[in-house]
Write a protein that binds this ligand. Structure first.
Ligand code: ZN
Length: 172
């Protein structure tokens, strides 16, 4: 009986192991593959470059959300609006925030700042740089330096856009 139990246990354990091992392995493998792939994609997408090219479209999306730059060296960021809608309806900008800034607070105040193209007053210390607000077919280029290593969030501060139109620039 004991032997049988042990056998059952062993069989059960090995089945469980196999099952877990199988699916667990698979999923962890695909997870780690995904993670590896992601970080590979991230690092290939976000290859260290002092030139950031961002596109915003009529679907309220940026074409990329992760960038990597060298700290202490000038970064050129070009924002293009690949859509056709006007800046009153589908305006885009890029606001690069300091690491300590709070994106949601900033975005909430930006909604009320139509007069200044959604760059809210009183948040100057949170802003490292920003493009102007552009509409379809337009572009704007800015240059700034992220002096300290860290993660800097950016967003489009047009009302309602920052929940999707945001990303990070990692300075290292
Ligand atoms: Zn936008």
């Amino acid at each position: 009986m004991k032997k049988f139990n042990l056998y059952v246990l062993a069989a059960f354990a090995s089945v469980t192991f196999w099952a877990c091992g199988g699916s667990g392995n698979n999923s962890s493998e695909s997870n780690s593959a995904a993670t590896t792939e992601e970080s590979a994609t991230t690092s290939s997408n976000a290859a260290l470059s002092q030139e950031i090219v961002l596109e915003g479209n009529d679907q309220m999306k940026f074409n990329a959300t992760e960038f990597k730059v060298k700290a202490g060296e000038p970064v050129t960021l070009k924002l293009s609006h690949t859509g056709t809608m006007s800046k009153d309806v589908m305006g885009h900008n890029v606001v690069v925030l300091t690491p300590s800034a709070d994106l949601s607070t900033f975005a909430a105040d930006a909604i009320k700042a139509k007069a200044t193209d959604y760059i809210p007053e009183g948040h100057e210390s949170s802003i490292i740089a920003h493009t102007k607000l552009i509409g379809g077919g337009e572009s704007d280029t800015i240059t700034f330096t992220l002096s300290e290593a860290g993660t800097y969030e950016f967003l489009c501060s047009f009302p309602g856009h920052s929940s999707i139109m945001k990303g990070t620039i990692t300075a290292e």
